[in-house]
Write a protein that binds this ligand. Structure first.
Ligand SMILES: CC1=C(CCC(=O)O)c2cc3nc(cc4[nH]c(cc5[nH]c(cc1n2)c(C)c5CCC(=O)O)c(CCC(=O)O)c4C)C(CCC(=O)O)=C3C
Ligand SMILES: [Fe+2]
Length: 320
């Protein structure tokens, strides 16, 4: 046990009002060379959904559920939008918290899903001198609680389409260079997602599955993980597959990347192809997932990753 006196849920953050969408997006892509056109396209996705991301509401719900089963105070702070982790850590200090277990809402290794959350913790520590120590919990892609929650969600989606649907797991695409440098031995992002997918597939009794990518960002000349989920639906259709269940194994709540890129874009593509499609839910507030967080906090204190793993991407050269 790490002798924590609080838990803090650390997440991506999202806008909740139309006028916050662009400033939020600018925070996300600062220094990352994402073309302006891509940013405006994504802005339109958010505005088409009412100018609000559901991610903050989902994190509030997760915090509520967690509070019901732990004896520690539970806080919540984000990387890209209010409440920023700095704000939360300032509150924790004011409340007298000395050491907290930090649960980041990302299951795997990679710069975006691990190292960058460690940087968020370091930034908050620098902003709040003499604040609490935050200890980041380990990756949970293969934790039985996460797997059980995702298996339940997958079974529900299979029941929706009926028959022998093809299981297609999806995760956020990342630059190939980021994928190669993920984890102490490299390639951990893809390997961990494949392992998580295999565990869920086995639990629902599927003999085979695919793992594909979604939500590609970045400049077009930089290679990202492929194939994209929409292209993959075409490939499956060409092979004679008639029904598909999409399982967003790379995300823990039904936020914008899931609601837009899967429920709008991929669903549209499936409709054009005449494919039957159902989308499995994410872990969200599934009781097994919430219990997993409690169990992680009760594990021996995790050691930090080696400093060489999941390095920050080099800053892209300005284009044009
Ligand atoms: C691995 C990974 C996860 C999973 C792990 C985790 O969950 O942390 C994830 C989650 C998320 N990504 C999200 C949103 C966005 N990601 C972007 C851009 C990027 N994501 C990347 C990677 C990941 N992203 C990368 C390498 C970029 C390129 C820019 C950069 O190098 O950082 C952009 C910029 C615009 C664009 O899409 O071009 C947006 C808006 C939301 C919030 C959804 C909501 O608002 O509900 C969530 C949970
Ligand atoms: Fe992202």
């Amino acid at each position: 046990m790490g002798n924590y006196d609080a838990i803090v849920v650390l997440s991506f953050g999202g806008p909740e009002r139309p006028e916050d969408v662009l400033p939020f997006l600018e925070n996300v892509v600062r220094g990352r060379g994402v073309p302006r056109e891509r940013l405006l396209e994504v802005e339109a996705h958010y505005q088409s959904m009412g100018g609000a991301s559901p991610i903050n509401a989902q994190n509030r719900a997760l915090v509520e559920e967690l509070r019901k089963i732990v004896d520690l105070p539970v806080y919540w702070g984000n990387r890209n939008w209010h409440p920023f982790l700095e704000e939360t850590v300032a509150q924790m200090k004011a409340d007298g918290i000395r050491k907290a277990a930090a649960f980041a809402t990302a299951a795997t290794a990679s710069y975006s899903s691990c190292r960058q959350y460690r940087e968020d913790i370091a930034r908050a520590a620098a902003a709040v001198p003499d604040g609490p120590e935050l200890v980041k919990m380990r990756h949970f892609y293969d934790h039985p609680g996460f797997v059980a929650a995702m298996a339940d969600r997958t079974r529900a989606a299979l029941a929706e389409v009926g028959g022998d649907a093809r299981l297609v797991f999806t995760a956020h695409s990342i630059p190939v260079s980021m994928a190669v440098s993920a984890g102490p031995q490299g390639n951990a992002y893809e390997r961990q997602l494949r392992e998580a997918s295999a565990l869920v597939a086995a639990e629902v009794g599927a003999s085979d599955f695919d793992l594909v990518w979604q939500s590609r960002s970045g400049p077009p000349h930089i290679p990202w993980l492929e194939p994209d989920v929409c292209d993959h639906l075409e490939t499956l259709h060409a092979k004679g597959v008639e029904s598909v269940v999409l399982v967003p194994i790379g995300f823990v709540s039904d936020h914008m990347e899931v609601l837009y890129d899967l429920d709008v874009e991929a669903r549209d593509r499936a409709g054009e192809l005449g494919l039957r499609l159902a989308r499995a839910g994410t872990a969200g507030t599934h009781p097994r997932f919430v219990e997993m967080i409690r169990d992680l906090v009760n594990e021996p204190e995790p050691t930090a990753c080696p400093v060489t793993c999941c390095p920050a991407p080099s800053r892209p050269r300005p284009q044009g």
